[in-house]
Design a protein around this ligand. Structure first.
Ligand code: GLA
Length: 335
């Protein structure tokens, strides 16, 4: 039984991210379309891809992913309208006057949200605006536009789409200073009538593994503000120097307890940040091959099949993780 079959009778959404290149692999597309009912656009809506020149938008890649999602009856998350990295040079190298940059940002948000108003039902409007010390991150946007860029981004997005509008960030369950600052930021937006619908808790459990209690407490805290909460970018890996003895068992158990905690706390959905291991951003940190354990996702990749032993280990780790996830979703949805 697939993940999406299990969730069919529930409201729960189970998603994965993908980029256009991933659709060239049949095994990948089969898993993506069969197992998941939400597609998050991993890279193709970031500024430098979708808006490579000031007067040019490049929509073909997004259109193909949207077409795939629609053919497979998947909901779509647009990621992300405002982020501090992955911006094109024409944008970040210019010495903008605030009013001019505000025009550029408004037009970017309007153009994209309007084009996909019928198919993208959830937007990561602002990604990672708070740093790890709990301050507003010193970004290009903050420097030129001041704090109001966040209010404006949500407001402008709401002008052309009825999609759910999310703030998305990492580290929230375990970094108290950051969680407090994000809480204050979102409370302030809501108090001022800014249309924010939800918060995405990324959950890259890479080296840091928040407890179920921490995860649930953070989810409840944001729910109390009236926000929907989603897990948006789940993956699990360990520092190699803290590698558990039984890696595959520890990893599967962590998937289970984390997913349980999130489901019990009433998240709207859980999205894993990739489908097959070879696609994960963690395995693409080629400069850090010795830093983290690999196989962070639910499915192994074909590319390594020639090394049978390695594949066997990899496959069993992934199978166990996937089974634990199925089991937890089944237990929750049938209770
Ligand atoms: C953040 C971003 C994602 C992705 C990951 C890994 O979580 O939101 O778009 O790039 O980092 O790099």
């Amino acid at each position: 039984m697939s993940l999406r079959d299990l969730t069919a009778s529930t409201e729960l959404e189970i998603g994965a991210c993908a980029s256009l290149e991933n659709l060239e692999n049949d095994r990948f597309t089969e898993l993506l379309g069969n197992e998941f009912n939400r597609l998050a656009l991993e890279n193709d809506l970031i500024w430098k891809v979708v808006h490579p020149e000031r007067e040019t938008f490049a929509f073909k890649r997004v259109d193909k992913l949207v077409d795939f999602a629609e053919r497979h009856e998947m909901a779509i998350t647009g990621h992300a309208l405002v982020w501090h990295i992955e911006n094109p040079n024409w944008l970040v190298k210019e010495d903008w006057r605030a009013v001019e940059l505000a025009d550029v940002l408004r037009s970017h948000i309007h153009t994209i949200t309007e084009r996909y108003a019928d198919c993208i039902d959830t937007w990561d409007v602002v990604n990672e605006a708070v740093d790890d010390t709990g301050e507003l991150r010193e970004t290009f946007w903050l420097e030129h536009l001041g704090e109001n860029y966040i209010d404006d981004a949500f407001y402008w997005a709401s002008e052309h789409t009825d999609a759910d509008l999310y703030y998305n960030d990492y580290g929230l369950p375990y970094n108290e200073a950051k969680q407090d600052r994000v809480y204050d930021l979102l409370k302030d937006l809501l108090d001022h009538g800014i249309p924010v619908d939800g918060i995405g808790i990324q959950m890259h459990c890479v080296g840091v593994h928040p407890t179920p209690e921490q995860i649930q407490a953070s989810i409840h805290r944001f729910q109390e503000l009236g926000l929907d909460v989603r897990v948006t970018e789940l993956d699990v890996a360990y520092h190699n120097d803290k590698r558990p003895n039984e890696l595959k068992t520890a990893q599967a158990a962590y998937y289970q307890q984390t997913v349980s905690a999130c489901l019990e706390a009433g998240v709207e959905g859980i999205t894993v940040w990739g489908v097959t291991d070879d696609q994960s951003w963690i395995t693409s940190w080629r400069e850090y091959p010795d830093t983290y354990t690999q196989q962070p996702l639910l499915f192994d990749d074909e590319g390594r099949k020639s090394n049978r032993m390695r594949l066997w280990h990899q496959y069993s780790a992934n199978t166990e993780m996937r089974d634990q996830l199925l089991f937890r979703i089944y237990s929750i949805s049938s209770s």
